[in-house]
Design a binder for this molecule. Structure first.
Ligand code: DMJ
Length: 419
């Protein structure tokens, strides 16, 4: 696959942390070695959020032309993925042949909501930066296809067949396979300087359906977001789902029908639940998934859900909640996570995931995911920074925590490109 994910994913973090020598070294690596002309099959989603997003962010922060050039070049390499009867892209793409396909495990040959639904922000910027409307057209078409479809209970199933344009299995999730689709509806509106009214409506309507059908409160009083399988609830919440606290807080201000206060409370409750999932372990780091059934609350019951791979979502939510409330508990919770990371995940040469957060001593998996530098450490840094460091009215974070600027209404140059 593509090499250098950790370097590209970390560029903006280095810049934001004012580690300019390291940023220069990473820039040099990108200039010399980042190459997309390889015979490799890649995930369109992963390459978009980590590489395109990372390059865009590095460009907007530093102004260095090489990042703009590479971002657009890579965007162009991704375009063959959209050659399907509906224009819903394939999940996988061979960069050399341009041949796409879907994950063999996906229901009925479907594409995945969180994958084809998490291209919008980056592709709108690629059009703005290249002057080529093709990128924006591709993602606007995805929306058009979704708008035409019936939504069961107003919900978006995780699986959609790119040939037939029909839903696969009716599984709905605000965690894995669904998550960042919802995030990008809200952020599309925010990134457009609040001109994308359609994105706005799609987000608040989706959130309403999620609240009605997926959000529940445990008998112990913890609010959680369950998974929906053809109308039946699985009372499980993924670590990934914990990003929703931050998302709901970010969207609360624009909520229709006087729902701002309600949505802020909901966001705070989700943050609290996710903190509980951390505090109920021995390492004070959260499991991959936790359950609200069989007499437990916010605890992983299955061995294969007890791992922690340095994921950012809980810290991401603390950061948003801190910015919007300045309640000191969010910084306390963030600091607890810092101490736990140092105690259980720090190893020679970096940080590692752990196999069981309920064990007393860490069993390391020997992997430092690239999102640890892109997201986890960046959100921690911002949690302890002043609010005017990357203010939300100028910057939107892509789903890999890469800040990209709001495209201001009054910037005619950008507006023209996007027409
Ligand atoms: C990251 O690649 C992104 O945050 C994505 O949206 C979800 N998974 C990882 C982090 O857990």
């Amino acid at each position: 696959s593509l090499k250098g994910a950790t370097i590209v994913d970390a560029l903006d973090t280095l810049y934001i942390m004012e580690m300019y020598d390291e940023f220069e070294a990473a820039t040099e690596w990108v200039e010399r070695n980042l190459d997309f002309n390889m015979n490799a099959e890649i995930s369109v989603f992963e390459v978009n959020i980590r590489f395109v997003g990372g390059l865009l962010s590095a460009y907007y922060l530093s102004g260095k032309e090489v990042f703009r050039k590479k971002a657009v070049e890579l965007g162009e390499k991704l375009l063959p993925a959209f050659k399907t009867p509906t224009g819903i892209p394939w999940a996988l793409l061979n960069l050399k042949s341009g041949i796409g396909r879907n994950w063999p495990w996906a229901s009925g040959g479907s594409s995945i909501l969180a994958e084809y639904g998490t291209l919008h922000l980056e592709f709108m910027h690629l059009s703005a930066l290249s002057g080529r409307p093709v990128f924006a057209e591709k993602v606007m078409n995805i929306r058009k296809v979704l708008n035409r479809l019936d939504k069961p209970q107003g919900l978006y199933p995780n699986y959609l067949n790119p040939n037939s344009g029909q839903w696969g299995q009716h599984h709905v999730s605000v965690g894995g396979l669904g998550d960042s689709f919802y995030e990008y509806l809200l952020k599309a509106w925010l990134m457009s300087d609040k001109t994308d009214e359609e994105g706005k409506k799609l987000y608040y309507d989706a959130l309403q359906a999620i609240e009605k059908n997926l959000i529940r409160k445990s008998s112990g009083g913890l609010t959680y977001i369950a998974e929906w399988k053809g109308g039946l609830l699985e009372h499980k919440m993924g670590h990934l789902t914990c990003f929703a606290g931050g998302m709901i807080a970010l969207g609360a201000d624009g909520a229709p029908d006087d729902k701002t206060g309600h949505q802020m409370e909901l966001a705070a409750e989700i943050a609290r639940t996710c903190h509980e999932s951390y505090s109920r372990t021995s390492m004070k780091l959260g499991p991959e998934a936790f359950r609200f059934d069989g007499g437990v609350e916010a605890i992983a019951t299955r061995q294969n859900e007890k791992y922690f791979i340095l994921r950012p979502e809980v810290i991401e939510t603390y950061m948003y909640m801190w910015r919007f409330t300045h309640d000191p508990k969010y910084r306390q919770w963030g600091w607890e996570a810092v101490q736990a990371l140092e105690k259980y995940c720090r190893v020679d040469g970096g940080y590692s995931g752990v196999r069981d957060v309920y064990a007393n001593t860490p069993n390391h998996d020997d992997v430092q995911q690239s999102f640890y530098l892109a997201e986890t450490l960046k959100y921690l840094y911002l949690l302890f920074s002043d609010d005017d460091h990357l203010p939300f009215d100028h910057w939107v974070f892509n789903t890999e925590a890469h800040p990209i600027p709001v495209i201001k209404k009054q910037t005619p140059e950008m507006a023209n490109h996007l027409k």
